[in-house]
Design a protein around this ligand. Structure first.
Ligand code: SAM
Ligand code: SF4
Length: 352
């Protein structure tokens, strides 16, 4: 009889298996989206507090022994971190990492897209909430719309495909951007995903009545383009040879619900984090730029891994910190309950 124990995995109390690590590389940003950052007077993390690329690579190596096989770089704005492509190159060489993605505002993408592609970046999400430059500026409190468009174009030329656009939808601000995004999705090979505004802003402006809900976005699109047909949810961005959907029957549904236009032209996605939380199938684990593990965007506790690393901790200790952090994960985010308390850190400091 073979008595060998299976290797430990990042499975929480609710049976959710975590294979997806979101890594924030900075809390800095070159724009100031109102739902994510304060307008000014921001105290950024001192540079010495940021994990180095080598420290991040070590954590990723350890995480693969617990089943992490895909990572996404985020921030703040990841492309403001100097030589980010060098981190991509390091992570692409980690055995067990099958997928590397990046979420960016696109402002610095034109210069960096070729370097990132060459370093091994596989997936690219660009955040763009408006196709109207004035509304872009109202959201971001900065110029840069044209640079984002140039960045998307440069990424396309380098062969990133598909490029996904993330658009946060806010009542009273972005309603009239939804139809133009629908046209974009239908006329180009762009996948547009609308995201409900979540309570992670720095200025405490979030209110439920500012959330433009997924069903309202669908209604706006249907009134222009006709019926939208839900696409059967697949596992989250499956990879060749992906075993996750069958492990213990655990679902790894992607957060986006995709829809096709009835005439077969184009596809859009809805990330209904507020109105239809996908916590039950969450497979995400997080590392902040200053070296804290977080088991949820909305958690109030963090696990300090940086101190362990900088005081000579072993790989086994790092792995145990990850396992302990996952063991403490709550069932869901509670935005829709009276118990909800917004985390102290706003989105740019956690890593979206
Ligand atoms: N700077 C990069 C960017 O904007 O793509 C990466 C970091 S950003 C925090 C990651 C994603 O979180 C973006 O798509 C952004 O639109 C989204 N986001 C930020 N704050 C949000 C909020 N309060 N509600 C919903 N999405 C939010
Ligand atoms: Fe910067 Fe991204 Fe936050 Fe906008 S959403 S302020 S681009 S980190």
């Amino acid at each position: 009889m073979n008595c060998e124990l299976p290797p430990p995995r990042l499975i929480d109390r609710f049976g959710r298996l975590h294979n997806n690590l979101r890594i924030s590389v900075t809390d800095r940003c070159n724009i100031r989206c109102f739902y994510c950052m304060p307008a000014d007077n921001i105290e950024f993390m001192p540079k010495a507090h940021l994990l180095t690329f080598e420290e991040i690579e070590r954590i990723v190596r350890v995480s693969t022994t617990l089943g992490i096989d895909r990572v996404r770089l985020t921030g703040g704005e990841p492309l403001v971190r100097r030589d980010l492509h060098e981190l991509v190159r390091l992570l692409a060489a980690v055995p067990g990492i099958r997928d590397i993605g990046l979420t960016t505002n696109g402002i610095l993408l034109e210069e960096q897209a070729p370097l990132l592609k060459d370093a091994g970046l596989q997936r690219l999400n660009v955040s763009l909430d408006a196709l109207d430059p004035e509304i872009f500026k109202a959201v971001t409190r900065r110029d840069g719309f044209e640079r984002v468009l140039a960045g998307i174009e440069a990424a396309r030329r380098c062969g990133f495909s598909p490029i996904k656009l993330n658009a946060v939808s806010v009542r009273g601000l972005t309603e009239d951007q939804i139809v133009p995004f629908g046209h974009l999705a239908r006329e180009t090979a762009t996948v547009v995903r609308f995201i409900e505004f979540m309570p992670l802003d720095a200025d405490g402006q979030w209110q439920r009545d500012k959330v433009l809900f997924a069903h309202e976005i669908i209604a706006i699109l249907e009134s222009e383009f006709g019926p939208l047909l839900p696409v059967a949810r697949k596992t989250s961005e499956p990879l060749a040879g992906d075993l996750l959907p069958v492990i213990g029957g655990i679902s790894t549904q992607a957060p986006a619900q995709d829809y096709e236009f009835a005439d077969g032209r184009g596809r859009i996605g809805l990330i209904a984090s507020v109105s239809q939380p996908f916590c039950a199938s969450c497979n995400r684990f997080r590392l902040t730029a200053d070296g804290k593990f977080r088991n949820c965007l909305f958690s109030h506790e963090e696990t300090d891994v940086k101190t362990t690393i900088r005081s000579g901790g072993t790989d086994e200790t790092i792995a145990q910190l990850m396992l302990d952090c996952i063991a403490a994960k709550n069932e869901g985010h509670e935005i829709n309950t009276a118990n909800f308390v917004q985390p102290d850190r706003p989105m740019h400091s956690i890593g979206g």
